[in-house]
Design a binder for this molecule. Structure first.
Ligand code: SF4
Length: 515
């Protein structure tokens, strides 16, 4: 044997982002730190400012919503002549495509896959670039959206150095990590804001294409937020006496509508969380108006705020109010909601629905929203609080469930897990997204449609009572499901496992203190 010594090379420590299978379960802090050290500090700082988290948040004090990237994906998929491509772990992409098609995307979702090697060697970026070049056909597309999910963001895949356009097709690269964008609602803003920024730079550089549909000869108001299709028409009727028209609803359905959205006299932030988009509208010199025309008070205040923002004479504001408020009062005087309600959701429109419920006579105790407090929902929050309603921004599931237990409502409106918990407790419930968001909210139609659905749901209490009487406690908790024999409880097993876990935790703590 020769005298040479084989050198010992220390094993490379695995980082948080190497390999697949990271993400939701890897711990937000780890991924955040990795992303910052990989060159994403600036965009993450912007997200932290735009989408503030709850102060002193504990592990459960944050909203639990679906993967945030769904918001951006949905906005891209709803636009004509726009391709949307995801870059992320296969499991994330599977979930996101599944959800998109569940919600009727009827469009392909592009995907650039990666593995540990392509991620850490920089090959993933080259693959993305190749995919974008291959797709950039100006005959078919106005824009390509490419979305970095958690792992590519954490490993710093630099979408920002993609060309701004290829063959005249605009390229929009955005990072939408779950550890930087708290909700899918706000992820809609990430893409909408990026598109508005791009469109604004095009307007500043020279003439841009006209909209496909004829434009109104009146000054227009842009409506910000996805809403029920009838709502823009209802709003248009309400503002017509002020000599105003509804222009575009943003997020838009095609690229050139972005130009018309920017070319308005004012922007109605119907959904209050579009912070990046509002930044672009403000940069274009547009006035922003929060809240929405819901109920008598809400419509009165909103019409006044729109009139002021657009310099309309008081007589015209009064004319608009007179034309609408009497009709809303009429609807509200004919029917009432009688009952105690708690309300929660992650759409961003929860406070507006809350206002309408109070005006319809409901004894509303709690409104929880996964979205943050912003200047555009401050007025609604103050109004609700003045009526004795508890308002919780950035509400977690635990907040919503606590409110339901505390207030024992006759109807719980909420997200899927809230509705499930309500059913278990024999409380009639309505799923916010499918049953409340999917109906008009504004003006006369809003008041009428909400009262009907709420009263019908509250009228179901006797059915819950009958079911409870019939089934008793069968199928509760661990016994839920289909079994040949009723599962036996083994409390001793659980006790012993808990004891061992506590022991392990104590040992770890002692080691940490000693080290
Ligand atoms: S992209 Fe979405 S699903 Fe994937 S790890 Fe991030 S938050 Fe989770």
């Amino acid at each position: 044997m020769s005298g040479t010594t084989i050198p010992i090379i220390p094993a490379k420590a695995t980082t948080a982002i190497e390999g697949d299978g990271m993400g939701c379960h890897a711990g937000g802090e780890t991924l955040l730190a990795a992303a910052k050290s990989a060159g994403k500090s600036e965009i993450l700082a912007q997200y932290a400012a735009d989408y503030p988290k709850r102060e002193n948040a504990g592990p459960h004090d944050q909203p639990q919503s679906m993967c945030p990237a769904f918001g951006s994906l949905r906005v891209g998929l709803r636009m004509r002549r726009t391709a949307t491509i995801l870059s992320g772990s296969a499991c994330c992409v599977y979930g996101l495509t599944f959800t998109s098609h569940f919600y009727g995307a009827r469009r392909s979702v592009g995907y650039v896959p990666f593995n540990s090697e392509s991620l850490v060697t920089g090959k993933l970026f080259e693959d993305i670039s190749e995919a974008v070049h291959a797709q950039a056909d100006p005959e078919k597309l106005d824009a390509i959206v490419i979305i970095n999910l958690c792992v590519p963001t954490a490993s710093g895949v630099p979408l920002q150095i993609l060309p701004k356009a290829i063959n005249g097709v605009r390229i929009i690269g955005i990072d939408v990590p779950g550890f930087g964008v708290p909700t899918h609602a706000e992820a809609k803003d990430v893409l909408t804001g990026a598109m508005l920024k791009y469109a604004r730079s095009e307007i500043m550089a020279g003439p841009v294409p006209a909209p496909r549909q004829a434009r109104s000869d009146k000054p227009t108001i842009t409506l910000l937020g996805e809403m029920f299709p009838a709502d823009p028409m209802l709003i248009a009727q309400m503002i017509a006496p002020m000599g105003l028209a509804v222009g575009t609803v943003a997020p838009t359905r095609e690229w050139r509508e972005l130009y018309t959205a920017l070319d308005s006299v004012a922007v109605a932030a119907i959904h209050p969380f579009y912070t990046a988009s509002i930044r672009e509208f403000e940069a274009a010199g547009r006035a922003i108006v929060g809240s929405a025309p819901v109920g008598v008070d809400g419509t009165h205040d909103w019409l006044g705020a729109i009139g002021q923002a657009t310099g309309v004479a008081q007589a015209q504001i009064d004319a608009a109010r007179n034309a609408t408020l009497a009709a809303i009062r009429g609807v509200l005087s004919q029917q009432k909601i009688n009952g105690r309600i708690t309300l929660s959701g992650y759409e961003g429109s929860e406070l507006l629905v809350g206002r309408l419920l109070v005006e319809c006579g409901a004894d509303l105790r709690y409104v929880g929203s996964a979205c943050p407090a912003t200047p555009w929902n401050a007025h609604d929050a103050a109004w609700l609080k003045s009526k004795g309603v508890q308002v919780q921004f950035r509400a977690s599931l635990e907040n919503d469930l606590d409110a339901m237990r505390e207030y024992r409502p006759q109807l719980a409106i909420g997200t899927t897990p809230v509705v499930q918990a309500a059913k278990e407790a024999s409380i009639p419930s309505l799923y916010y997204t499918n049953l409340i968001s999917a109906r008009p909210l504004m003006g006369v139609a809003g008041a009428g449609s909400l009262i009907q659905v709420i009263n019908a749901a509250m009228g179901n209490q006797h059915r819950f009572d009958q079911m409870k009487d019939f089934f008793g406690s069968v199928g509760n908790g661990d016994k839920a499901g289909v079994w040949e024999d009723v599962p036996k409880d083994f409390p001793d097993f659980r006790k012993e496992q808990r004891r061992q876990l506590d022991k392990q935790a104590k040992k770890r703590k002692a080691e940490e203190m000693g080290s």
